[in-house]
Design a protein around this ligand. Structure first.
Ligand code: GSH
Length: 303
């Protein structure tokens, strides 16, 4: 029989959990400075408010991109009521812990939205709640008929339950943790590959996630799993052999071609090529005039 006190080869040695966990040291790794075991605000600061009906406070991570793609898709359909101001929330600096932010999202995560055209300003937090709210308000990208609507919700909730294994699990241990732990990477690599296979098999005979029509389920799944399939997230394309998911790749490419998706992924983006970054968006014309390449002093842009 194996000696149970022996540390398996794929696990770092030396940690015995104490009876009661205490927060007495930084955890290390990327984002260690913003992780806390408590909720609530860390500082007093009001949020800015622009002139449009919808105020979005966000960052262009996959969760943030869901909201900006939906708003751009609504505007592309001609829904002027979806005009929005997108304010940058720098989560690395702790902007999500300001008193103003916590008031509209007690969970201190991006994205969050306020609809100021509602009778009383309506806060909407959790990216799926934002997608459903906007879909219902504007009657778009969510089928009315029960079967197709249910299929849309099936995949929307699938995304919300599954992506934490991708980001918080695989992405964290593969890319951000201060040490590479084989056990953790194996566990989450296996789960992410299984999830991509779920999508690949489904997309083999469905054009979009809920069937023939593009819906909020596609908008929720694309930034995470389209990003994985195209090797955009965590630099893990080779490790997970993502090119093998051919149907997932077909769908990811198809969605990436949509002009509203191309605009949505630029909003609140503060990394990547300067022409892909629009840190704040207050007007449709900002895509032409306010991307980082246009805002940089001429000498920097030339470098
Ligand atoms: N379930 C949430 C997850 C949002 C989320 O995890 N946002 C991350 C960025 S992708 C965040 O704000 N992190 C900041 C923090 O953890 O303090 C949603 O879908 O809206």
């Amino acid at each position: 029989m194996a000696d149970e006190t022996e540390t398996p080869e794929n696990q770092p040695p030396g940690y015995e959990p104490p009876a009661i966990w205490t927060w007495d040291k930084a955890s290390g790794g990327r984002f260690a400075n913003i992780n806390r075991p408590v909720a609530g605000p860390t500082h007093d600061k009001e949020l800015p408010v622009g002139e449009h009906p919808i105020q979005l406070y966000s960052l262009a991570t996959p969760n943030g991109v869901k909201a900006t793609v939906m708003l751009e898709e609504l505007l592309a359909l001609g829904h002027d009521g979806a005009e929005y101001d997108a304010w940058l929330i720098n989560i690395g600096e702790g902007d999500q812990f300001s008193s103003g932010y916590v008031e509209i999202n007690p969970n201190s995560k991006i994205p969050v939205m306020v609809d100021r055209s509602a009778p009383e300003p309506q806060r909407v937090f959790e990216s799926a709640s934002i997608l459903v709210y906007l879909a219902e308000k504007f009657g778009a990208f969510l089928p009315g008929e029960l079967k197709a609507r249910t299929e849309t919700f099936n995949w929307l909730f699938w995304q919300m339950g599954s992506a934490p294994y991708l980001g918080g699990g695989f992405g964290h241990f593969y890319a951000y943790a201060p040490m590479k732990i084989e056990y953790a990477i194996d566990r989450f690599a296996m789960e992410v590959k299984r999830q991509m296979d779920v999508l690949d098999r489904h997309l083999a005979d469905h054009e979009y996630m809920a069937g023939a029509d593009y819906t909020i389920a596609d908008m929720a799944i694309w930034p995470w799993y389209g990003g994985m399939a195209k090797g955009v997230l965590y630099d893990a394309a080779e490790f997970l052999q993502v090119q093998g998911y051919t149907h997932l790749n077909r769908w990811a490419d198809q969605i990436a071609e949509r002009p509203a998706v191309q605009r949505g992924r630029m909003v609140n983006r503060v990394w990547g090529e300067p022409e892909t970054q629009l840190p704040e968006r207050h007007d449709a014309a900002d895509f032409e005039t306010k991307t980082m390449d246009k805002m940089m002093p001429k000498e920097d842009a030339a470098e």
